[in-house]
Design a protein around this ligand. Structure first.
Ligand SMILES: Nc1ncnc2c1ncn2[C@@H]1O[C@H](COP(=O)(O)OP(=O)(O)O)[C@@H](O)[C@H]1O
Ligand SMILES: [Mg+2]
Length: 360
């Protein structure tokens, strides 16, 4: 297990910006994910850790060792590429053995290690198959075995599930997590899929346009997004713009429409917000945090009466989009005991004060 440090790392391509000033410390044995939309710099950052790109600025350390300018084959990292980059006309065994052959290991050691790696990814008995005779999921596991067989200190995975169909993706996701826990290996995972990131990671780094937006546990990122980008990229969120009416104490009051003021808690304000009276601020509220007003809450705090524009039943939840004046409310009710509303019916929602985040 090894710690990976990126010390203010930047990468430019000619004049174009790749990534800017990435500053992270990934703990030994941690499952750490780079998350963001296409082109935000995930692969560039991962490739710098593997040694396929060198930073324009900053340093990379494995433990105490500065590897910034070390070639990839000296770093002992195992990488799974997005398209797997397997050798199509070679067998499963030959593909997995490749890294060991390059390292001039003995025949006996190679046989032993490849057999073990095949077992690890449940491909025992597939050694003689050619890659082009395998399914997508099996190819993915060959790529994983090929990365693991060299016993890397760090496992690097670049969108390893993106070529698989939905069901297989879910299974393989659990498989990767199981392997990572079993081997205790420091793992850096790249994805644009927020649910993948949420379900697998110890911590997530959210990126946009080459710049880190937030680093935190899935819980932090989901519940305490620091800005609008993070709030909208991770799961569904209501993003409501309003004007601060009152701030300074434990509470913040924000006017959203002429008839609607919501009260939230000052502890839920990101450092990026300006909270003086009269300032514009954006509120982020998760749809599942909103509930229907009970009989006792009819005149209650943070009540919004809105007309249903769209309702859908997913089996797990009832989802609504409802409108009041210029404000659209997305709400999700999970569980029984709620009567499904049709279009044009009204619902009285309650937005609990602790569920409001001020995201600047
Ligand atoms: N080899 C390269 N040459 C020039 N520009 C590149 C190169 N690799 C990546 N980029 C640019 O760097 C930015 C980040 O790309 P990348 O790291 O591949 O994003 P992601 O993996 O998040 O989709 C993009 O704007 C991309 O066009
Ligand atoms: Mg990429």
């Amino acid at each position: 297990m090894i710690e990976v440090t990126l010390d203010r790392v930047s990468k430019q391509f000619g004049g174009a910006k790749g990534v800017e000033n990435v500053d992270i410390r990934i703990k030994p044995g941690e499952f750490f994910t780079f998350l963001g939309p296409s082109g935000c710099g995930k692969t560039t950052t991962l490739r710098m850790i593997a040694g396929f790109y060198y930073p324009s600025d900053g340093r990379i350390l494995f433990g105490d060792r500065d590897v910034t300018n070390m070639p990839p084959n000296k770093r002992n990292t195992g990488m799974v590429f997005q398209n797997y980059a397997l050798f199509p006309h070679m067998t499963v065994f030959e593909n997995i053995a490749f890294g060991l052959q390059v390292r001039k290991k003995s025949k006996a050691e190679i046989r032993d290690k490849v057999t073990r790696a095949q077992k690890l990814v449940h491909l025992d008995g597939y050694g003689d198959r050619r890659i082009d005779q395998l399914s997508g999921g099996q190819q993915q596991r060959v790529a994983l075995a090929r990365a693991l067989v060299i016993e890397p200190n760090i496992l690097l995975l670049d969108e390893p599930l993106s070529n698989l169909d939905a069901k297989l993706r879910e299974e393989t996701r659990q498989e990767i997590k199981r392997l990572q826990l079993e081997l205790g290996i420091t793992t850096i995972y790249v994805t644009h899929d927020q649910s993948e990131a949420m379900s697998m990671s110890d911590r997530i780094m959210v990126m946009k346009d080459g710049v880190v937006q937030q680093i935190g546990t899935p819980h932090d990122i989901y519940n305490r997004p620091v800005n609008q980008f993070v709030a909208s990229f991770i799961g569904e969120s209501n993003l409501w713009e309003g004007t601060v009416e009152q701030a300074g104490g434990d509470e913040i009051r924000v006017r959203l429409t002429p008839d609607l003021v919501l009260t939230g808690l000052a502890v839920n304000a990101s450092p990026e917000c300006r909270l003086a009276a009269g300032q514009k601020v954006t509120l982020s509220v998760r749809p599942e945090a909103i509930h229907e007003a009970g009989a006792a809450e009819q005149g209650g705090e943070n009540a919004i009466t809105a007309k249903v524009v769209l309702s859908e039943f997913t089996g797990v939840s009832m989802n609504y989009i409802a409108q009041t004046g210029p404000l659209a409310v997305k709400a999700m009710f999970v569980g029984q005991g709620h009567r499904m509303r049709e279009r044009d019916e009204t619902i009285r929602f309650i937005v609990p004060r602790e569920s409001i985040y001020f995201v600047g």
